[in-house]
Ligand binder design. Structure first.
Ligand code: PLP
Length: 436
């Protein structure tokens, strides 16, 4: 007899009986079921399809199930599915070479990790060992990952070079719509945020600061494009004080902003870049650090006290090579720029003109936020209940959204088509009308 087909309720029951979910109180969860996908579309077991304008966690830059990437993973699986990091492996070498081909000049090595959090862990470790300093300055309104204690809990020698007594300092970054600096222009916001960072460095003691760690474009925090001069000013402050600049491109990199790296749009050269997500669209978990010549030279003679069993995993490496090749062959980065410039820019502006609940639209490429407010003047955010209603209206109309606080992030795959954008804009329009 044929087994009964799997239904959404089977999958939810199985999940709720066995799976512990991230960032959630477990009891009231009712997760959406996804069974399959292709390009910018996903579907469940009950015949419903959705436009995926979340790119999952803003990672499926190449879309779902890209055939050449799937094929490369299968080929690598037949050849060798795993290999220890100490060995040399052809696919891993090619993956590093492909990434470096798009990195700024003067960066010459890749350290592979399992994802974005451990990429940042290792970038921080490199900056600390390179400078002999310990503090890291980063921003409020940022996300850099969910790790931190494993190496300090470790009992052997590997703990010792990683035990830092002084840790992390936070500053406000530029965010003109909700300025912490009473700024009225992007220029003022940029200058005042830099002055705040300058004073923080001085008062923390420049000799104690190893690194400034910034998302080039803060993503989950609201797609906060840096105003003119900000990143360049941070670089100048870092140079003045011998501080390493780490740019986190985990979410913003690999086509998301319409450039290979978000930093390509600015005149800034970091010492370290962290990546994950879009490098292979998360088909196999992977991340890593792009390392400058100076920092990699620090470890020419000296042992680098960091590593991971799956660093440079061959299935991940194969998916990176195939993904970057497909990006080049199919002009996927150019598509993201074109969609942003010619479709999302006018389309989201028209949406904002029709819906006063949209307080601000910001972004570029396929990386946009709609900030929803109760009042255009006070800019008071809409309530979580309002966002819950919006989310339900979008899902009912077949669009899988990315919701963060009082914002809808419009973050489709970089392969999204103008026709899909048009359908999505209609759905956002209808859903916003339905809740008001
Ligand atoms: N950095 C940024 C900018 C991110 O957006 C994320 C994840 O959303 C991370 C780091 C952490 O990456 P992962 O979840 O792969 O550890």
């Amino acid at each position: 007899a044929l087994a009964a087909p799997i239904t959404n309720s089977d999958v939810i029951a199985l999940d709720r009986a066995n799976v512990f979910h991230s960032w959630s109180a477990q009891k009231a969860l009712n997760p959406m079921v996804i069974a399959g996908g292709s390009g910018s579309t996903v579907w469940d077991h009950d015949g419903r399809t959705y436009l995926d304008f979340s790119s999952q966690l803003v990672n499926t830059n190449i879309g779902h199930q890209h055939p050449r990437v799937i094929e490369a993973i299968k080929e690598q699986a037949d050849a060798l599915v795993t290999v220890a990091p100490a060995h040399a492996n052809h696919t891993r070498g090619l993956a590093a070479e492909r990434i470096l081909a798009h990195a700024p000049a003067g960066m010459n090595k890749i350290f592979f990790t399992n994802g974005g959090a451990d990429a940042n862990e290792n970038a921080i470790r490199m900056a600390r060992l390179h400078t002999g300093r310990d503090k890291v300055i980063s921003r409020y309104r940022s996300y850099h990952g969910n790790t931190g204690a494993a190496i300090v809990a470790t009992g052997d020698w590997r703990r010792i070079p990683n035990e830092y007594s002084r840790g992390h300092v936070h500053v406000f970054g530029p965010y003109l719509y909700r300025s912490e600096f009473w700024a009225e222009t992007p220029q003022q916001e940029s200058e005042r945020a830099l002055q705040h960072l300058r004073r923080t460095i001085e008062l923390e003691g420049p000799q104690s600061v190893a690194a400034v760690l910034l998302e080039t474009v803060p993503g989950t925090a609201g797609i906060l494009l840096p105003p003119p001069g900000y990143l360049e000013g941070v670089r100048a402050l870092c140079d003045q004080h011998g501080i390493m600049l780490i740019l986190d491109e985990v979410m913003a990199g690999f086509g998301r902003t319409g450039d290979w790296f978000a930093l390509d749009a600015y005149n800034v050269k970091p010492d370290l870049i962290t990546f994950a997500k879009g490098v292979n669209s998360g088909y196999v978990p992977v991340g890593g650090v792009i390392i400058s010549e100076d920092i990699s030279a620090t470890f020419d003679e000296r042992v680098f006290p960091g590593g991971l069993t799956y660093s440079g995993h061959p299935l991940a490496a194969a998916s990176i090579v195939a993904s970057i090749d497909a990006f080049e062959e199919d002009n996927i980065v150019e598509n993201a720029a074109h969609i942003g410039r010619d479709h999302l820019t006018p389309g989201l502006a028209a949406l904002a003109a029709r819906h006063p609940v949209i307080g601000e639209v910001r972004g570029r490429g396929v990386f946009w936020a709609l900030e929803l407010v109760q009042d255009q003047q006070t800019r008071q955010p809409v309530t979580p209940a309002f966002m819950g209603r919006i989310k339900a209206e979008l899902l009912n109309r077949g669009l899988l959204p990315f919701i963060a606080d009082n914002r809808i992030h419009v973050v489709p795959p970089a392969v999204v088509t103008p026709e899909e954008v048009r359908r999505a804009l209609d759905i956002y329009d209808e859903a916003l009308s339905a809740v008001n």
